[in-house]
Design a protein around this ligand. Structure first.
Ligand code: HEC
Length: 194
């Protein structure tokens, strides 16, 4: 009799423990599901807002279309994938990776050889993008990072022009060509030309 009672007590304890373990398991699964849902929602939000936020930052939301840039969002995405690793998201560059582009890059268009340089620098010429996408990206970059310096009557790069330029990449001479162009840019600035 006593043995039977003891057995029941043990059985009940085991049953209770099983229920507790099951509850803990259900709770853990629910917790993981909530966390996962939160993460998915967060990622979805980030994806949904990243484009428009970048567009707004670039100042072209609802603004006049950029000449030579059929799809600014595509150009922005190409920049993010292909260029910003070195030049940084804001075109600020860094001493270790690449020169600053923001507020600087359009100056090249005002000196002899500068327009060609922008299509022949290694980072541009060796991009995996097609000529058309690369032309769009270079035009976008000029507007996005240095619109104020664009020369009056600036003609956007075409796919054909970029194709011709990238076919003659600068490679090792890039640094020397850059130094010479920088000299021309400084000389021009000293002369007071805009
Ligand atoms: C691996 C790093 C790297 C990547 C990726 C890269 N660049 Fe560059 N970029 C440089 C360096 C370094 C220079 C300086 C010239 C040189 O020595 O090649 C430069 C120069 C430039 C310049 C001229 C600025 C100046 O003052 O000389 C422009 C414009 C430019 N890059 C645009 C781009 C674009 C557009 C892309 C993407 C398609 C890109 N770069 C990808 C490293 C990079």
């Amino acid at each position: 009799m006593r043995a039977v009672t003891a057995r029941r007590v043990v059985d009940r304890r085991i049953a209770r423990r099983r229920i507790a373990v099951r509850r803990a398991a259900i709770f853990a699964v629910a917790l993981v599901a909530v966390i996962a849902l939160g993460a998915v929602a967060g990622v979805a939000r980030a994806v949904a807002t990243a484009g428009p936020a970048a567009a707004a930052a670039a100042g072209y939301r609802g603004a006049a279309p950029i000449p030579g840039v059929p799809d600014p969002r595509r150009a922005w995405a190409d920049w993010a994938l292909d260029c910003q690793g070195c030049h940084r998201v804001d075109g600020g560059g860094s001493a270790r990776t690449a020169p600053k582009i923001a507020g600087e890059v359009a100056k090249y268009l005002k000196v002899a050889g500068g327009r060609e340089y922008l299509g022949r620098i290694p980072g541009v010429a060796s991009s995996p993008l097609s000529d058309a996408r690369l032309a769009e990206l270079v035009n976008w970059m000029l507007f996005r990072f240095d619109r104020r310096d664009l020369p009056a009557g600036f003609r956007p790069y075409t796919a054909a022009e970029i194709g011709r330029l990238r076919a003659r990449p600068l490679r090792l001479r890039a640094a020397a060509v850059r130094r010479e162009l920088q000299r021309r840019i400084r000389r021009r600035a000293r002369s007071g030309a805009r």
